[in-house]
Design a protein around this ligand. Structure first.
Ligand code: IMP
Length: 429
């Protein structure tokens, strides 16, 4: 079956938007399976730039797009994002966009709690997007969430609201906040329900029918494997499983549906928010990478931290996400460096490691062990074939493949969708 699952193999912001857009032209369905509007996917189509946070990227091209049950949905943000894209001329209607009935809702007090906790955390701050993602997932797992399907049964919400408000009012009291205004919340839910409900479907069924009809499904991951709640740099992670395996549980298609797993990998490394980052360069190199790569967050506008390519972490991501091949992005940002460095291991105290140990203190102490590789002076920007690349750039790519134990499937050399070198078509497998 020719499905493709696209995931970030670093800390997010690897350039998934362009690759998903490029693949979505040939997909019949595009599905989001985790995260929420903490994601920021930028698509450049001709002269138009589209910034998506919650909606699957396929919507820009009119491809059937579905928001799976693994996503946490802020219904007011959904309405705003739909309006913004419609304003840019994108056609959106229940015929091309579906929301799973079982998505938990992000409510206003989730957003409040995210901010209150961050403000109270001192040095333990996670650096979240403050959009309520973590608190909404907590309520899902705590079996207190209000879900999308509840919007059709608001009159029956009483007992559920009792559980939810009992929990949150206790938390809010600890922060000196007033209890939840249940009447105001119900009024807001009644107001938004009419907009959301036409899009609501049993998405698992839509996808299983599509599978039975031999349609091509593209799963669009958000964030990156190193932000995974289990496999990432805990506690400096997001609150969902970002690994490719979640495509199954986050949509209801089953594990055999994931198909070709395409890991998106930036030719260097960036991270937004707090947490360990062994190859971070808080110097001229980091500044140059940030400026050339325009490394500012799509969602929060925060400056991204920048550093050398970390082959150890990407090898780990390739393993835990079961990556079939990688898409290497932003190679042109490395143009003009005399020497490049690639991290091949870590030193922690007097021990060396070829993986990142789990404990946060070890991760914070990990010193990168580098190998140097000669840079290139010509530009790689806009290259569309291997022949357009300087020999040293090809050597850099080959070395990355060796170190991470995974082949390069495509190389992206600018935000333009056609500036791509295709080695192997993921949909053809
Ligand atoms: P949250 O997902 O808002 O709870 O944030 C948790 C961590 O994940 C923070 O370090 C965020 O900066 C990071 N994060 C969340 N979404 C993204 C993303 O789409 N790209 C990069 N980092 C993200």
């Amino acid at each position: 079956m020719a499905n493709v699952t696209v995931i970030g193999a670093q800390w997010g912001d690897e350039g998934k938007g362009k690759i998903v857009d490029w693949l979505s032209e040939r997909a019949d369905v595009v599905a989001r399976f985790q995260g929420g509007h903490n994601a920021g996917h930028t698509l450049v189509v001709g002269d138009n730039v589209y910034k998506l946070s919650l909606l699957p990227s396929g919507i820009v091209r009119g491809t059937l797009s579905v928001i799976g049950n693994g996503v946490v949905l802020d219904p007011w943000h959904f309405r705003d994002e739909v309006a913004k894209l419609k304003g840019q001329g994108v056609m959106i209607n229940p015929g091309n966009l579906q929301i799973a009935e079982t998505c938990p809702l992000i409510l206003p007090f989730h957003r409040d709690l995210d901010g209150l906790r961050e403000d109270a955390s001192g040095a333990g701050k996670i650096g979240t997007t403050r959009r309520g993602i973590g608190p909404a997932y907590e309520d899902k797992v705590g079996r207190r969430a209000i879900r999308v399907c509840d919007l059709a049964h608001l009159d029956d919400l009483g007992p559920q609201l009792d559980r939810l408000t009992a929990h949150h009012d206790a938390l809010r009291a600890g922060f000196g906040e007033a209890p939840i205004d249940r009447e105001a919340l119900m009024a807001e839910l009644r107001d938004i329900a009419g907009f959301i409900l036409p899009f609501v479907q049993p998405v698992w069924l839509t996808l299983n029918k599509a599978k039975a009809e031999g349609k091509r499904i593209l799963f669009e991951g958000a964030q990156g494997t190193l932000l995974d709640i289990d496999h990432g740099t805990y506690p400096f992670v997001t609150s969902s499983n970002t690994v490719a395996g979640t495509a199954a549980s986050g949509t209801g298609l089953g594990p055999s549906g994931a198909g070709f797993v395409l890991g998106i990998v930036k030719a260097y490394t960036t991270r937004v928010g707090s947490g360990p980052f062994p190859t971070e360069q808080e110097n001229n190199v980091g500044q140059r990478l940030g400026e050339r790569g325009h490394e500012f967050g799509t969602v929060t506008g925060r400056k991204r931290r920048c550093g050398w390519f970390d082959a150890v972490l990407v090898r780990q991501s390739v393993a835990v996400s079961g990556v079939t091949g990688i898409a290497l992005t932003k190679l042109d940002v490395l143009d003009g460096f005399e020497t490049l460095k690639i991290c091949t291991g870590y030193r922690i105290g007097d021990q060396t490691f070829d993986y990142l140990p789990a404990h946060a203190q070890d991760q914070a102490k990990a010193e990168a062990i580098y190998e140097d590789i000669e840079g290139w002076q010509d530009t790689t920007a806009g290259a569309r074939s291997w022949a357009d690349l300087p020999a040293q750039a090809i050597k850099y790519i080959r070395r990355i493949e060796e170190l991470i134990g995974c082949p390069v499937t495509l190389v992206s050399t600018s935000p333009e969708r056609d500036d791509t070198i295709l080695v192997r078509d993921p949909f053809a497998d």
